[in-house]
Design a protein around this ligand. Structure first.
Ligand code: GDP
Length: 291
């Protein structure tokens, strides 16, 4: 387990505490990784590697096919990743603009990641959690029926942009599908699509809108399972196994490892930040084992 493998390095991180954490201690307990590092090993694993913690609850001898280690960075890498998400005078994290059509989208050279999911899947909560170390960022939420659906762009320093796609429902309007489809197909700097699935209910019919688009355009995408704090361990295990089976048997472009998260407990948030920092080319981790 990484926590044991890396204790010497982690201890060095404690020594760096003030630089890494002082400005952030004002926010809730586990938003900052320095606070997480103070946890006992078991709690730390639960918070940082929720999939690994879940895996520990399977009956010994059973062979659940969860991919745990395809991306498994060290705690040091996870701590380093945090700096990209921490606002400062030299690292401005801000809402940039919104667009209703791709040709209104900012022409950027930075790598871009996008977040997509059904309305109510927990997308704005997740983006707020990812940006919790940049509390000035105003995460835009537009839920009123009839309001124009827009793509919201956020700039993360000089490192990357995050595009928040409008939430979709079962009967997504034609123009909405056109907008998202055009974005996914034509956005040149799009590095990875994060497709959010509610872990309480699993993959729903409407989720197939996004899954089919990603598959059709051969996009690399990642499945993020939201709201993992809401279910009992047994229910969550069942959902995670079903979703993993779906990814393994029905998808081509989906990253094989699932990313369970909670915007309430911050479980999985630090790992996701590290993954984003890595795949946008900003942080070289040794986290990728087989890809
Ligand atoms: P969006 O429509 O996809 O942007 O969804 P929201 O972020 O607004 O979340 C929809 C609802 O789910 C809200 O009531 C949130 O408070 C709740 N929610 C979102 N994420 C979590 C989570 O991680 N845990 C729990 N318990 N509730 C969540």
């Amino acid at each position: 387990m990484a926590a044991h493998r890396l204790w010497p390095g982690v201890c060095r991180l404690f020594a760096m505490g003030p630089e890494l954490g002082s400005a952030r201690r004002a926010y809730s307990a586990f938003q900052a990784f320095t606070e997480v590092l103070r946890l006992p090993s078991k709690q730390l694993t639960k918070l940082v590697f929720p999939l690994q913690e879940l895996h520990g609850h399977f009956v010994p001898g059973s062979r659940p096919d969860l991919h745990l280690n395809i991306f498994h960075p060290s705690l040091e890498d996870i701590a380093r990743a945090e700096s990209f998400f921490t606002a400062s005078a030299r690292n401005r994290i801000e809402y940039l603009t919104s667009a209703v059509r791709l040709d209104h989208a900012p022409d950027l050279r930075h790598p871009e990641v996008c977040f997509i999911g059904r309305s109510n899947v927990g997308k704005s909560s997740l983006i707020k959690a990812l940006f919790s170390l940049a509390p000035e960022v105003e995460v835009r939420v537009s839920k009123k029926p009839g309001h124009t659906k827009k793509i919201n762009f956020y700039k993360v320093g000089k490192y990357f942009t995050l595009a928040d796609m409008p939430g979709y429902g079962y009967r997504a309007p034609e123009d909405f599908v056109d907008m998202v489809e055009t974005y996914l197909k034509e956005r040149k700097n799009l590095m990875r699509t994060f497709l959010l699935v509610d872990s309480v209910v699993g993959i729903q019919k409407a989720d197939n809108i996004a899954i089919e688009m990603c598959e059709e355009f051969a996009l690399p995408y990642v499945m993020v399972l939201t709201k993992i704090d809401k279910s009992s361990k047994g229910h969550l295990l069942k959902q995670v196994l079903q979703i993993q089976k779906f990814v393994d048997t029905k998808t081509q472009g989906c990253f094989p490892q699932l990313f369970p998260v909670s915007a309430v407990t911050y479980s999985g948030i630090h790992l996701l930040r590290c993954f984003i920092a890595d795949i946008t080319g900003n942080l070289k981790t040794n986290g990728f084992q087989f890809s």
